[in-house]
Design a protein around this ligand. Structure first.
Ligand code: ASP
Length: 353
């Protein structure tokens, strides 16, 4: 039996190559998992095995990534495709939409058990939450990455790929929404966030977002997420070619209003306030926020602290971002605006998703 791997490509066309995998008998019983590569450190190379900063992201192809984990062939029949090969700071709305459409196409195939996405860690949580809202299947979707490039002496990419494919191939992982798997942890895309710029244990799930752990390569699931995900959301990317502009404005001392004015002038249909504390806005910025709201721009308050809820407060303007961090609130607001600009309906989505 052969393992099917995709050739490097930055566009939607996918070329396939085949490399030998496990024996016929063993392979026949294994679930099929599609791996979609988007770039990032996991596909990065450095000039020495100790260099873990300043390297080049998005160099290795899907083909090379999968070949770096020979034991994958014991877990699943794996096929690889290249969706993009960029550092995740360069993931655009166009790439997000292309990726989501491809994930949905693959999951609609009866022979596919689950999908893994390899991704740069910097914005991994944004892609994971986007997929959590637009994937239309209960089959497992797992996003993974690495903090160290492939050339590092202690590269974490191969282990994370093996764990991600193991979870995607697991029948127990069905119906749990999109998951983020790195460093032995299985986190919910709704809650998982990057918390440290450098260390391996950077991904944390605030507010009980860890849903499981891998021990000896076996996934153990514990908690279930109650926010609505995947098949239980109304978002449909199948006919979308673009997403509405939503900007994030970061609150701080002496925060004036001109960045809100600039966002509105640029055409933003939504603005997420990364407010101080529980989403507080400065008196200096409020006149500009009011101008934005009066123009019909949907403003959502979130917290720059990284966790916790934003409460109702008549002193401030905007909808409540629930406990979504600013970057995840932006993802939900973009999708909400593809359906409605009615503030009450958007607010309802922030409480449910
Ligand atoms: N800059 C990289 C990226 O997000 C960092 C990483 O993957 O860890 O693509």
């Amino acid at each position: 039996m052969l393992m099917t791997l995709g050739l490097a490509s930055t566009g939607p066309a996918i070329a396939q190559v085949q490399v030998p995998s496990q024996s016929q008998n063993q392979q026949a019983a294994l679930p099929r998992v599609a791996v979609l590569a988007t770039g990032g450190t996991i596909a990065g190379t450095a000039s020495s095995e100790t260099q873990t900063t300043g390297y080049t992201s998005g160099v290795l192809t899907a083909d090379a990534l999968l070949k770096s984990v020979p034991s994958l062939g014991k877990v699943a029949e794996v096929s690889g495709e290249q969706v993009s090969n960029v550092g995740s700071e360069n993931i655009t709305n166009e790439i997000l939409l292309r990726l989501a459409k491809r994930v949905n196409q693959l999951l609609a195939q009866p022979d596919i058990a689950g999908v893994v996405i390899t991704h740069g860690t910097d914005t991994l949580e944004e892609t994971a939450y986007f997929l959590n809202l637009v994937v239309k299947s209960d089959k497992p979707v797992v996003v993974t990455g690495s903090m160290r490039p492939s050339t590092a002496i202690s590269a974490d990419g191969p282990g994370n790929i093996l764990q991600a494919v193991t979870v995607a191939a697991s029948p127990d992982a069905r119906g749990r929404g999109v998951m983020v798997v790195l460093n032995d942890r299985i986190g919910s895309a709704r809650y998982t966030t990057k918390t440290n710029a450098n260390t391996l244990d950077t991904f944390k799930s605030a507010d009980d977002g860890y849903i499981g752990t891998l021990i000896d390569q076996v996934p153990h699931f514990e908690t279930a997420v109650t926010k609505l995900q995947t098949t239980r959301t109304p978002f449909d990317v199948s006919k979308l070619d673009s997403l509405p502009e939503v900007d994030i404005v970061y609150g701080h001392q002496n925060d004036g209003g001109y960045l809100y004015d600039a966002a509105v002038a640029h055409g933003a249909r939504g603005i997420v306030v990364a407010g101080v504390g529980a989403g507080s806005e400065s008196l200096l910025a409020l006149p500009s926020i009011k101008k934005a709201v009066d123009k019909g721009v949907i403003v959502v308050r979130s917290s720059r602290t990284g966790s916790g809820y934003v409460p109702e407060d008549p002193a401030y303007l905007g909808l409540l971002g629930d406990n979504l961090n600013p970057q995840k609130a932006r993802i939900l607001l973009m999708l909400a605006l593809t359906i409605t600009s009615n503030p009450a309906r958007v607010q309802d989505m922030f409480h449910r998703f």
